[in-house]
Write a protein that binds this ligand. Structure first.
Ligand SMILES: Cc1ncc(C[n+]2csc(CCOP(=O)(O)OP(=O)(O)O)c2C)c(N)n1
Ligand SMILES: [Mg+2]
Length: 384
């Protein structure tokens, strides 16, 4: 199994540096990678503030320390490609076009959030024909299930002859499910244009990796499916981009599935309520001090690209401004309207008359729902 190492130090002398996909990225694109990671972290920090003010409904799921893995991998996709995130892939959603205000409204369960308060956190999607949407799926919670879903999505690309690739994220814990096995096996046999990213962040809730699998490393599982496996340092954004781009190109060329293991570390608990009492003392602090993906990439930007302190602080100011504006906008939105609850949920909306006290009331969503956003059901045609 191939392994992409850490970002090499500046090449010295005349020896030719190995050609990496990231070598083709422009200076602006390399700075953009940092922007997405910074935006992810700062947006989550804002969400923590709102959570502590009880303005967040439900749990808050952090990706602290994993920003490079989400951002670097999704950056390897084209707009027409489709990505299926997990709860810790806020960075990937932002790269694919989700906006901070959408994310804030979702977490705060606002009536004009993408799911109109019917789902929370980053469980929302935007999917449709190539070019018409941003191309990310609304994730479902049962672990592993997005692998067979994305197998189906990418099989449809193949059958229609569409030049589109799918990327599905899965955690170390979710690799133990039957759904993971069935999905990746079928995708491998069908040579679906799919990239399966295993995010090995050391824990599944409180279960450490050594209690999750007897395999020496997750990338070895690729052998059992007869597909290529790649592994990279998940806290090195350029190494992440390199392996993912390789896998995406492989899929686009019609060669089928690649399993990519990204090695990273979950510095926060499963969600904000988790006090991480099961983590050995010093482990989190060590990763924070020695292996923070943003700190590491700043060194690369400064030393290899000559990015100045002024450029970095302007970028930080921009991120802060964007998050402040998005927070103000999200705070101004109202709560969901109760009648919206059923719209977009049932393919065949209630044949029964509304309850007597609701007879003259319409769900707000009837007027505003995007029919194409909800699959086959057109709200305006089926309005009772
Ligand atoms: C089939 C199934 N079993 C259990 C759960 C409860 N659960 C939600 S997240 C989680 C841990 C996931 O760990 P991992 O796959 O490593 O992802 P991470 O949270 O580390 O990103 C568990 C056990 C679930 N959602 N689905
Ligand atoms: Mg995990």
């Amino acid at each position: 199994m191939a392994r992409a190492g850490t970002t090499p130090a500046r090449s010295k002398g005349t020896s030719k540096a190995p050609v990496r996909p990231s070598d083709a990225l422009s200076r602006e694109q390399k700075i953009e990678l940092y922007y997405w990671m910074r935006l992810t972290r700062s947006l989550e920090e804002r969400l923590v503030n709102l959570y502590r003010q009880t303005k967040v409904v439900g749990g808050l799921f952090r990706s602290l320390g994993q920003e490079a893995d989400a951002v670097g991998s999704c950056f390897a996709l084209e707009q027409r490609d489709v990505m299926s995130p997990l709860i810790r892939n806020l960075g990937a959603m932002l790269v694919k076009g989700a906006t901070p205000v959408e994310v804030l409204k979702q977490y705060m369960a606002k009536g004009d959030s993408p799911t109109r308060g019917r789902e929370l956190n980053i469980h929302f999607g935007d999917i449709g024909p190539a070019g018409s949407t941003r191309g990310f799926l609304g994730q479902i919670s049962p672990l592993g299930d997005m692998v067979p879903v994305m197998t189906g999505v990418t099989l449809s690309f193949k059958m229609r002859g569409e030049d589109r690739v799918g990327l599905v994220y899965i955690g170390d814990g979710a690799t133990s499910t039957g759904a993971f096995h069935e999905g990746i096996n079928f995708a491998a046999v069908q040579k679906c244009p799919l990239v399966v990213i295993v995010e090995n962040n050391g824990y599944a809730y409180s279960t450490p990796t050594h209690k999750q699998t007897a395999a020496r490393q997750f990338v070895d599982k690729a052998i059992g499916y007869g597909i290529p496996g790649l592994q990279a340092d998940g806290n090195d954004v350029l190494a992440v981009y390199d392996v993912t781009k390789q896998a995406v190109d492989h899929a686009r060329a019609g060669h089928g599935v690649t399993l990519v293991e990204l090695i990273t570390y979950r510095r926060k608990g499963h969600a904000e309520h988790d006090n991480q009492s099961y983590v050995p003392p010093g482990e989190i602090e060590r990763w924070a001090a020695e292996n923070d993906p943003l700190d590491r990439y700043l060194v690369v930007l400064r030393e290899q690209l000559g990015v100045t302190d002024e450029e970095i602080s302007a970028l930080h100011d921009r991120v802060q401004r964007e998050i402040d504006d998005a927070t103000d906008e999200a705070e101004r939105s109202g709560p969901p309207v109760p009648l919206d609850a059923l719209v977009g949920v049932y393919a065949d909306p209630p044949a029964e008359q509304p309850l007597w006290f609701r007879r003259d009331a319409d769900a707000d969503a009837y007027g505003t729902e995007r029919p194409e956003g909800w699959g086959t059901w057109n709200a305006s045609e089926t309005k009772p």
